[in-house]
Design a protein around this ligand. Structure first.
Ligand SMILES: Nc1ncnc2c1ncn2[C@@H]1O[C@H](COP(=O)(O)OP(=O)(O)OP(=O)(O)O)[C@@H](O)[C@H]1O
Length: 320
């Protein structure tokens, strides 16, 4: 399939700061590509290079052309910081942006798609809540029914229900063939939505793959995290009976046994009993994209930034 987006050796410096150190990637038509990485990794700069909103060295192609030469109506962009006119209502804003295109979607329908209807459609933008504002911004990026959609942290500030509603909307768009480049700090979001994920770190693309392949390559093994209520031994328990396939570590009132599959849980619990270690609570977690993030960037995540299960892996990470 033709690539909708191509970056070849893209470099960008701001004075002494190198934001991108030669990034190459291709996003296929109809693909949802998630771009992740720590603050300052270069995600926004790459989005800006791909949309032609900043000049960068290297080669960039959007729908087969230089981004500055692509018809505007074919591209949707939600920048990370975007503030439309504060004293217009969502309805007026959407009408205003729709008017910039020869053909645009019905503003009312787009607002409804992002969950803005009723009273908020008639309020000044500046009086909306942070999450409502962000939804309106997503609607503005969608009003021209773009073939390629760039979303720079689209769900920041949106509550969990709104976030899920937007995920469903993006899934519908993807099913309809829209190409999406998404940046996010939420691994749950990226793992759920993306066909492939690219990890940027210090201006370099350090890994690209499907969530499944990345987790298999960098996520580590499934693990049992046992809260011992402070009764964990100073030295790591051996659990000889468990066999050599398991890796045990203990820290801060937790013992983590890596390599525990669902069928090993009973044996592991018995090994704790045999060693006289009290179990206050236990969590079994499969590796997720949050573990990949930690492995590739060296930085841990918190709260809703972890994988789709909401963070069993986070406990595991804390104990590593
Ligand atoms: N306009 C600018 N002027 C100077 N430096 C900039 C500018 N824009 C970005 N940078 C620097 O380039 C680097 C990459 O920034 P960028 O915004 O692309 O990172 P990011 O991965 O999007 O970060 P975040 O997750 O915080 O949004 C950072 O060191 C940043 O300080």
């Amino acid at each position: 399939m033709t690539a909708a987006l191509v970056a070849e050796g893209v470099r960008k410096s701001y004075g002494d700061v190198t934001a991108l150190e030669g990034v190459s990637l291709e996003v296929a038509t109809g693909e949802v590509f998630g771009l992740v990485g720590p603050n300052g990794a270069g995600k926004t700069t790459l989005v800006r290079a791909l949309t032609g909103t900043t000049r960068a060295e290297g080669r960039v192609r959007v729908l087969g052309a230089d981004p500055t030469g692509v018809e505007r109506s074919r591209i949707g962009l939600l920048p990370q910081s975007f503030s439309p006119a504060g004293r217009l209502t969502p309805r007026e804003l959407l009408a205003q942006y729709a008017g910039r295109y020869d053909a645009a979607r019905d503003p009312e329908a787009v607002l409804s798609d992002v969950g803005i209807d009723g009273e908020p459609t008639e309020q000044w933008y500046e009086t909306l809540s942070g999450g409502q504002k962000r939804r309106v911004c997503v609607a503005i990026a969608l009003v021209n029914d773009p073939e390629v959609l760039f979303l720079d942290e689209p769900t920041t500030g949106i509550d969990p229900a709104g976030r899920r509603a937007l995920w469903e909307l993006l899934e519908d768009l993807a099913a309809g063939g829209t190409t999406v480049l998404l940046t996010s700090h939420s691994m749950a979001e990226v793992e759920r939505l993306s066909d492939r994920v690219g990890f940027l770190n210090r201006g370099r693309l350090v890994a690209v793959g499907t969530p499944k392949d990345l987790i298999a390559a960098h996520g580590g093994r499934s693990r049992l995290v046992v809260d011992t209520g402070g009764s964990a031994p100073a030295s790591e328990p051996e659990f000889g009976a468990l066999g050599d396939d398991f890796e045990v570590s203990s820290r801060a009132g937790q013992v983590v046994v890596e390599g525990v599959g669902p069928r090993d849980i009973d044996g592991a619990v018995a090994a704790f009993d045999a060693d006289g270690i009290a179990i206050e609570s236990l969590t079994w977690a499969q590796p997720d994209l949050g573990d990949v993030y930690l492995e590739l960037t060296g930085e841990s995540l918190a709260g809703d930034d972890v994988g789709p299960d909401g963070g069993g892996g986070d406990a595991g990470r804390a104990a590593r």
